[in-house]
Design a protein around this ligand. Structure first.
Ligand code: M6R
Length: 617
């Protein structure tokens, strides 16, 4: 959740760290801080609020050192205060630390450290870890495996730490060195020209270098401007794998748009083209994927699919469930990753697991994946971030290929997950009973999806006007059926997330079993109305709302005729194939929540209390 960036090299560290922190701010934005080592002392600046506040604070200091580290915080232990912001410095002044994660046994360690004379200024688990490193450092541990005393004291500390961490450490008497380690929180080393970097996310370092090493859980790295080495908690040397990042800094910039969310909504036609490129068979009747690592024969033995994910990604799984069951006729179960990891679900043999995660770092999804693997199941991942923990630990998978998604509210990642889910349903269906002709029609429809999304995006000015009228409400319902029920859930999630407007998603017919009690002229309902057999049933639900004076916004497929006066507002979407419908229907719900948020003057890209990837439980 928190953002981390560290630098050792020839340049002044502070501007580079601040630039990195701005790019990482979407990971957490309660407070931010930076430390550099200069003149034989740690110079720390930290401030609650955004990185912009920190910049003002930094202007008061003269942070001219050429190595240091910075942090943006998403509070876990302790309130949002300057004192709780990172970096923390040990009470003996020897060690500085930034940390992403949660140290679960911090209370016990703190008790121990108090008996040894260490003192604390904050309420954080991080300050406890920092002092424990200082304690081990002061004891001058003997280095093993040629490692420095600095590395060894971090290693000894981490052997006592329960929980999760991505940390960067500086020692007062080790200028020009950073030590960094991870368990459960991502860290990437950047190898530049006479400089080394570390960050929780590639976007913070890609302007300096595209050569990176993805640190693994249980590894400790030692960085100097020209060198780096990696060892394990057990002191074994690690042979590093150096990767090249394939995207550039321009991919994570906002361009002419007012917000990243707006940019990413309008990028969706191209994102979908990228996600499907090279993934259809030559005969045009099915999908093909390079990295599944599972043979067609093995696929045919699968009797059940299980999908686990969180938030928006879970909604994409629910649409995928609908499509696999319709087109491949195989039972599918979806579960919240956070529930699956603890509920000890009985699992039948021949189940194939999928997890979906844009970031590939969501801790609950990762834990669900590990639980399924522990029980002996293969797990495949749908994921956007190359080299992420989930991508590396999965048995195989499908990359979304939509480039960095910076807006906290997931948009292009969501529709690309819907697309990949639809392609999976086709792939599996064609191995079973889906005919060649149906496969060809399906492929043609998917190939047409980017243009249908382009067409739907043209409704943006109309949706903006509707948003102006609904921004005044406090509660809303989003209602849909079948494959559009998860889109209703997604619409409600988006509205809550970025507009701070309370919204609930329901299957349209379920509304009369309770939520109808909320209906009044002060509670609008957004209905998703596709063409087809179900339309008359949905119209009945709309009548039930109308007769209770509830305002209705209808997102309607072209060709559907609604009774005159039933909807107060209408947004048309193109008529399309069942596999494409959820993708197209997502566009108006994204635009609606975006424009309501703008109208309500919400901080669209950094909504209250949220962070882009949730790496703590
Ligand atoms: O990175 P992931 O896809 O694993 O993230 C899962 C959820 O945290 C995420 O989708 C969240 O719900 C978004 N903020 C939704 O816009």
């Amino acid at each position: 959740m928190c953002g981390i960036v560290g630098y050792v090299g020839k340049q002044k560290a502070t501007p580079l760290i601040l630039e990195g922190l701005k790019r990482l701010e979407y990971r957490g934005y309660d407070s931010a801080g930076v430390v550099v080592l200069q003149g034989g002392k740690f110079d720390v600046a930290k401030k609650i609020g955004r990185v912009a506040n920190l910049e003002k604070e930094v202007a008061q200091h003269h942070l001219s050192g050429t190595y240091g580290m910075g942090h943006t915080r998403w509070a876990t232990h302790g309130g949002v205060t300057d004192a709780n912001a990172h970096p923390h410095v040990s009470s003996d002044g020897a060690i500085a630390l930034i940390h992403n994660g949660v140290i679960e046994n911090y209370a016990k360690i703190k008790k121990f450290l108090l008996t040894k004379g260490y003192s604390f200024k904050s309420e954080t688990d991080t300050e406890v870890l920092c002092n424990l490193i200082a304690y081990h450092y002061a004891k001058e541990p003997l280095a093993t495996n040629g490692d420095s005393r600095f590395v060894e004291s971090v290693r000894r500390t981490l052997r006592h730490a329960e929980g999760t961490y991505g940390i960067v450490v500086m020692a007062l008497d080790a200028p020009g060195e950073l030590v960094t380690a991870r368990k459960g929180s991502p860290l990437i080393l950047g190898l530049g020209d006479g400089e080394s970097l570390v960050a929780s996310d590639v976007s913070a370092i890609v302007s300096r270098t595209q050569s990176v090493v993805y640190l693994k859980d249980g590894e400790i790295a030692h960085l100097t401007p020209k060198n780096f080495s990696i060892t394990t908690l057990g002191s074994d040397a690690v042979e590093p794998v150096i990767d090249t990042v394939t995207w550039s800094i321009a991919d994570s910039e906002m361009g002419e748009h007012a917000h990243f969310m707006e940019k990413e909504i309008f990028e969706q036609p191209i994102a979908l083209e990228n996600a499907m490129r090279g993934r259809f068979s030559e005969d045009g009747s099915t999908a093909q994927f390079g990295g599944l690592n599972i043979s067609a024969g093995e696929f045919r033995t699968i009797e059940r699919f299980m999908f686990c994910a969180c938030g928006t990604a879970l909604h994409a799984c629910m649409v995928t469930e609908h499509l696999i069951e319709s087109f491949a006729r195989i039972p599918v179960e979806c579960d919240y990753a956070s529930e699956f990891r603890y509920r000890n679900a009985p699992l039948i043999p021949n189940t194939l697991f999928f997890v979906m995660s844009q970031s590939g770092e969501t801790i609950d999804t990762l834990a669900a994946m590990r639980e399924a693997k522990r029980k002996g199941f293969k797990v495949l991942a749908v994921n956007n971030v190359v080299g992420s923990t989930i991508a590396r630990e999965a048995d195989g998978g499908i990359y979304q290929h939509v480039g960095p998604e910076v807006g906290v509210a997931s948009t292009k990642a969501f529709t690309s997950q819907l697309l990949i889910g639809a392609m999976l349903a086709l792939y599996i269906g064609r191995m079973r009973d889906l005919s060649f002709g149906s496969g060809v029609r399906y492929v043609t429809a998917l190939k047409g999806a980017p243009d249908l999304v382009r067409k739907t995006l043209l409704q943006a000015p109309h949706i903006r006007e509707i948003a102006k009228r609904i921004a005044k409400y406090h509660d809303m319902l989003f209602l849909g059926r079948l494959s559009l029920f998860p889109i209703a859930l997604e619409g409600a999630l988006k509205m809550k997330e970025i507009s701070s407007l309370h919204a609930e998603g329901y299957p349209a017919a379920e509304m009369k079993h309770g939520p109808i009690a909320l209906i009044s002229d002060q509670c609008p309902s957004v209905f998703l109305v596709p063409s087809g057999e179900i339309v008359n049933k949905i119209i009945s639900s709309m009548q039930e709302i109308k007769s209770r004076k509830g305002p209705i916004i209808a997102i309607v497929s072209e060709g559907v005729e609604l009774p005159a006066g039933l909807a107060d507002e209408t947004i048309l979407i193109p008529e399309c194939h069942e596999a494409v419908l959820p993708i197209v229907a997502s566009i108006p719900v994204q635009l609606l929540s975006y424009y309501v948020a703008v109208e309500r003057k919400c901080d669209v890209d950094k909504p209250r209390n949220l962070a882009k990837s949730v790496t703590v439980e």
